[in-house]
Ligand binder design. Structure first.
Ligand SMILES: [Zn+2]
Length: 62
């Protein structure tokens, strides 16, 4: 069994990882990062700031 447990929600934007078409972001070396979604974190770079500009309505920060 190689079932990988994923975080339920992105630790950055709170989006359910299941809703992420890529099932999580990626580190700089291309490995999976399941703490953040692919919208927030890709190839070791955070995109949340970009995303906040584009999708303010989608992001909820407590
Ligand atoms: Zn996210």
């Amino acid at each position: 069994m190689e079932k990988i447990k994923t975080n339920k929600f992105c630790q950055s934007c709170g989006m359910p990882i299941k809703s992420d078409p890529q099932n999580g972001g990626t580190h700089a070396d291309g490995s999976k990062n399941i703490i953040y979604c692919s919208y927030c974190y890709q190839k070791g770079v955070f995109y949340l700031k970009e995303r906040l500009k584009k999708c303010k309505h989608f992001v909820k920060i407590k």
